[in-house]
Design a protein around this ligand. Structure first.
Ligand code: PMP
Length: 413
């Protein structure tokens, strides 16, 4: 008898009712990963994946750091570690927040295997199936995928060039509550938002914090890009404004390296113990070796100097993309102007089908992620995300030029 492979995609629907939990059907492939194969073809220009450019990393130095960690502290770093993280990694996380002007006690840091895991734990602790999480429209595809997979309903809050619109947040809360639904959290990416590239304006921050506090809604502040401003400035953190109502998520993925898989959460006091227990139930502890590398690199090397070089690289690439858009975009196409991070968000003329644009773009050997991927409600049909973090400036200009030719063809412009 042939063994049934439950991972075979076509078998999953028929097996679902009998073998798998109801939530198993909720986990979907990431649309960004869908483009992985085509974006790997040598003649394709990828404006799809938001990976950091690791070419700036001092690899020899990091190699020595890793070798020394094993050679000198092998019995410690190859052993299980504490459930909240190693003292060194917790200190490194607090120092990273301090680099943005946020004061955090290392004792309050929960280290996780990337901030994606921190988000997973937070949703597990906050939400029951059918609960609502508010999120910017558009929002991070990995968060939407997680929320939907956990049977949490995502309701989007409109944004503009200054991020979340406070009046729209208030309206959305009132509307969702009038429908009798329970809102558990606002999930927000205030700095250099993925995918829109916008940053929540400083004057809106206290207002967003106040609205959520008054409404009894926890804020999940996801801040993987905060240190990646093009001009070296930082915005005030929501967590610092209301530490009792904000769960802060941080990550070394975009400022050191994602392959290390080290992120963290700083939660209000009553959540810290449950967070650690949930983390222990999931991974026992995050990789102690990775934490040792982060500790040594962040606490004893000029990592902010390296990051400064990365920031200039990204700033140059953003300028190249924005310049190419200004030079080649057909009338009626608009885009956000990021002040940091990896992304710009493009809106095509009303009625332009972004999936037809994607087909035409792939014909011209360029890929991007369509806007619908960043919405839980099917919006974004005429929008798209451009990532500028990984390609060289001249390649980005060529990519945008080809893409705008595809837009012109599909929109009949
Ligand atoms: N949040 C946002 C907004 C992201 O863009 C990402 C990574 N793309 C993550 C969280 C997850 O990061 P990590 O590698 O730390 O899990």
């Amino acid at each position: 008898m042939t063994a049934i492979d439950a991972t075979t995609p076509e078998l999953i629907p028929s097996l679902l009712p009998s073998l798998l939990a109801a939530r198993a059907g909720g986990f979907r492939p990431s649309p960004v990963r869908d483009f992985w194969e085509v974006s790997m073809e040598p003649d394709v220009i990828s404006l799809a994946g938001g990976n950091p450019d690791l070419s700036v990393l001092p690899l020899a130095e990091l190699g020595e750091v890793a070798t020394r960690a094993i050679a000198e502290r092998g019995l410690e770093v190859l052993q299980y570690g504490g459930g909240a993280g190693t003292p060194g990694a917790r200190e490194a996380a607090a120092r990273t927040m301090a680099a943005e002007g946020v004061v955090a006690d290392p004792q309050h840091v929960q280290v996780t295997a990337g901030s994606q895991m921190a988000l997973d734990l937070v949703v597990k602790l906050l939400c029951d199936p059918g609960d609502v999480i508010l999120a910017e429209g558009p929002s991070y595809v990995g968060a939407i995928g997680l929320f939907v997979g956990m049977q949490v309903d995502v309701v989007h809050v409109p944004i503009d060039d200054d991020g979340l619109v406070p009046a729209a947040l208030e309206d959305t809360i009132a509307r969702v509550r009038a429908e009798g639904r329970r809102i558990k959290a606002l999930y927000t990416i205030p700095n250099f938002h993925n995918p829109s590239g916008v940053t929540l304006a400083a004057e809106r921050r206290p207002e967003v914090v106040r609205i959520c506090r008054d409404a009894g809604i926890t804020i999940i502040e996801d801040n993987p890009y905060g240190l990646l401003s093009f001009d070296g400035t930082s915005q005030p953190s929501l967590q610092a404004m209301d530490p009792d109502n904000v769960i802060y998520l941080g990550s070394f993925s975009k400022v050191v390296a994602p392959g290390l898989r080290v992120g963290w959460a700083v939660a209000p006091e009553p959540m810290r113990r449950p967070l650690q227990l949930a983390s222990e139930a999931t991974v026992i502890c995050a990789s102690v070796l990775s934490q040792a590398v982060v500790e040594e690199y962040v606490l004893r090397h000029d990592w902010l100097g390296v990051l400064g070089r990365a920031r200039s690289l990204y700033a140059g690439r953003a300028a190249a993309v924005l310049g190419a858009l200004a030079a080649t975009a057909p009338a009626g196409v608009t885009w956000s102007v990021p002040r940091g991070g990896f992304f710009t968000w493009v809106t095509l003329p009303e009625g332009t089908d972004v999936h037809r644009v994607l087909d035409a773009a792939i014909d011209r050997r360029v890929v991007f992620v369509p806007g619908s991927a960043f919405h839980a409600d099917g919006s974004g049909a005429n929008q798209l995300r451009l990532a500028f973090s990984l390609e060289q400036e001249d390649v980005l200009v060529e990519g945008v030029t080809r893409l705008m030719a595809a837009v012109a063809e599909v929109a009949g412009l």
